[in-house]
Design a protein around this ligand. Structure first.
Ligand code: CAA
Length: 380
């Protein structure tokens, strides 16, 4: 087994490491403070090829792999977890289903602008009454001649307000349960698409999570992604990849917590020496270092399986579960190491603590990841 990164993967990581320090460190602070969507950063990431990193060059992408994608999301999220999820939701949840499951015509129509970052994507699955139970869709799509007419409401949709392209899930046959769900590629300029409101969240402030409403939104029938009734499988396959992006985001947050703690522990003095010389602090730092590495290895394993075209449901869920819990634990310990200062907005660990929490919730809560993993290890 080769655990070495290739030259091109190392180049992406180093490029994004530099971009992180030079562009994202300050922007991450501003984005958190102002709650503004980092449009200029996203434009620059588009120019660097990151918004279409795993899209083949034929469709305007950078033609790289998911390992490079995970490395890029980690580097971004060390400085700005909000930008990390903006890129991850766009790439894994909107670009990928078109690339992996769309027709040739759909790929040519949507991918070049998305890969360039000029069109942002979102994934509209969650509803007010359908979160963990994603099959409980109430949004309805009715076939009418050469069109589908969609009515319904979606909740917590990352990139909802900025999206030009959306992957929307709706019931075409409510009597068929999850076999009655279909997926659509929606141009958000379609009349009937409405952004109702942005949620006021605890963290990842620059990433906007919106409630959307569809009112008699009429789509041409060629917007159907795969076939009628296949939407639940589209969602599950897409989330298998999406969880790699969120795992990488969580690794970035955890690494930032460790880096901040190392810095603080070697500067802050108490009882006549730096606090890093005390075993109580050293044990925390050692555990954080082990867990960050383990979370990254799980994440890259899932990404490598995806690149090899192998089923990665279990490995993605494991990576997302472990990395999210690592991020929350590392952020909690980092705040503890910083003591009272960590509880103030002057120190980055306060933001990391708020940003870490969501990784245990979106793209499937930690409880849902455990269900997915249990199903896999039990062979169901
Ligand atoms: N790949 C392909 N097919 C899959 C699959 C996978 N990974 N997982 C399940 N399926 C198929 C099953 O084979 C089954 O097919 P058949 O009926 O044809 O045999 C069908 O899907 C139903 O499977 P289950 O019975 O396991 O489905 P379930 O209703 O029990 O739900 C669940 C399973 C794992 C709990 C699922 O509902 C789930 O993942 N919930 C969490 C939803 C989620 O992650 N939402 C995130 C929203 S997006 C987001 O958060 C973005 C953001 O903000 C950043």
């Amino acid at each position: 087994m080769d655990l070495e990164l290739t030259d091109s993967q190392l180049r992406v990581r180093d490029l994004m490491r530099r971009f992180g320090v030079e562009r994202l460190a300050q922007a991450g602070i501003e984005t958190d403070r102002t709650h503004r969507f980092p449009a200029e950063i996203i434009k620059e990431l588009g120019e660097l090829g990151i918004m279409g990193i795993f899209v083949p060059e034929t469709y305007g992408g950078a033609g790289m792999d998911h390992v490079s994608y995970a490395l890029a999301i980690e580097e971004i999220s060390v400085h700005c977890a909000a930008t990390g999820v903006i890129v991850s939701a766009h790439s894994s949840l909107a670009v990928w289903p078109i690339l992996g499951l769309g027709t040739e015509d759909q790929k040519r129509r949507f991918l070049p602008e998305m890969a360039a970052g000029r069109h942002i994507g979102c994934f509209a699955l969650t509803e007010p009454q359908a979160g963990s139970d994603a099959a409980g869709q109430k949004t309805r799509a009715v076939r009418d001649g050469d069109s589908y007419v969609i009515n319904g409401t979606k909740n917590f949709i990352t990139n909802g307000p900025q999206a030009s392209v959306a992957i929307v899930f709706a019931m075409t046959d409510p009597s068929a349960g999850h076999h009655g769900i279909s997926a659509f590629i929606v141009d958000t300029r379609t009349p009937g698409w409405q952004v109702v409101r942005n949620e006021d969240k605890m963290g990842i402030h620059g990433a906007h999570s919106a409630q959307l409403s569809f009112s008699d939104m009429r789509l041409p029938a060629d917007c159907l992604l795969t076939e009628e009734g296949q939407g639940f499988k589209v969602a599950m396959k897409t989330l298998d990849g999406g969880r790699i992006g969120i795992a990488a985001q969580a690794v970035g947050i955890a690494r930032a917590a460790l880096e901040e703690s190392l810095k603080y522990a070697s500067q802050r003095r108490a009882f006549g020496s730096t606090i890093g010389s005390f075993q109580a602090i050293q044990w925390k730092l050692a555990d954080m270092a082990v867990e960050v590495d383990a979370a990254r290895l799980l994440t890259l394993q899932a990404a490598a399986l995806k690149d090899a075209g192998k089923v990665h449901t279990k490995q993605s869920a494991m990576a997302k579960l472990f990395a999210a819990e690592t991020a929350m634990k590392a952020a909690t310990e980092a705040l503890q190491i910083h003591g009272g200062y960590g509880y103030t907005k002057e120190f980055k660990v306060e933001r990391l603590f708020r940003d870490a929490k969501i990784t245990e919730i979106y793209e499937g809560t930690s409880e849902i990841q455990r269900l997915v993993i249990a199903g896999q290890v039990l062979g169901r």
